[in-house]
Design a protein around this ligand. Structure first.
Ligand code: GLN
Length: 274
């Protein structure tokens, strides 16, 4: 009797093996073999995320060129990175659009698997989430009206400054230790709302990440971005503290994208080269 059970199990295992081989030999899978093989070898990737087969990325899709809407789709640098990482892990990327300051709490509670939102690695956030390796350099820029007379960071003293709520720009301008000297800090849900307020003269300047600042200026009349950056920052992907396996898997995928030029190609597609 024992023997019989064993042989049934063996036949079962063999059948699984055969099915597995047949699947990976299918022509449409051929291109993925190289990238999916290492993760598959490490074990069960279904346990990496909250929902089997899906990588849910939380973002705020008002941050061109990193994430923005085109019709009903979220596109941009981070959208392409999400798709590529998901593919390498044998998952499908699914976006969850929300306010920027809701992203980290959503990662912590498991509403989303990762936060991918042009998000800067900073000390305070590291208390709540882990960050992957970084994938791009950034900094805070200043947007003003063409005729404003504000020519440098020093001229922000005594001015009303608009920021996106909960961002590193908000942090920098709000922290008196940095000596910006704002008369007031007005917090908006996103960059376009802040810029609109600048256009209608309710505020004197907007402080926001450099590449989004370029796009905001491009998409409006009469605004300029100053050359000077206020900070040096690095973007990375936020992962829940208790999901080291996902953190490691994403770092592996990111490294592969760095090594094979894929990441640079995505950045080149969206960022203007100066
Ligand atoms: N890089 C900034 C931050 O992490 C802004 C990100 C964003 O607005 N999407 O706070």
């Amino acid at each position: 009797m024992k023997k019989k059970i064993l042989s049934i199990a063996l036949i079962g295992a063999m059948m699984l093996g055969i099915v597995g081989c047949g699947g990976s030999a299918a022509p449409e899978d051929a291109a993925d073999d190289e990238t999916t093989a290492p993760e598959a070898a490490e074990g069960d990737t279904s346990a990496l995320t909250g929902t089997e087969g899906v990588l849910i990325w939380g973002t705020n899709a008002e941050f061109e060129p990193y994430e923005y809407m085109e019709g009903n789709d979220v596109i941009g640098i981070d959208a392409e990175i999400a798709d590529s990482i998901a593919k390498k892990l044998g998952l499908t990327a699914q976006v969850e659009n929300m306010d920027f300051d809701a992203i980290i709490p959503s990662v912590q509670t498991g509403k989303v698997d990762i936060g991918l939102a042009g998000m800067t690695v900073d000390e305070e956030r590291l208390n709540n989430v882990n960050f992957t390796d970084t994938y791009v350099e950034a900094g805070q820029a200043i947007i003003v009206k063409e005729d404003s007379g504000i020519k440098s960071a020093a001229d922000l003293n005594g001015k009303k400054i608009g920021v996106q709520r909960g961002t590193t720009g908000d942090e920098y301008v709000s922290d008196e230790a940095n000596g910006v000297g704002a008369a007031s800090v007005e917090r908006f849900a996103n960059g376009p709302d802040a810029t609109q307020s600048l256009i209608t003269d309710k505020i004197d300047a907007v402080v926001i990440d450099n590449e989004p600042a370029k796009k905001l200026v491009e998409n409006a009349d009469g605004l300029v971005k100053l050359d000077e950056n206020l900070t040096s920052e690095q973007y990375a992907i936020a992962v829940a503290k208790d999901n080291e396996a996902l953190l490691d898997a994403i770092n592996g995928a990111l490294q592969e994208m760095k090594d094979n030029g894929e990441l640079q190609a995505i950045l080149d597609k969206y960022l203007e080269t100066e």
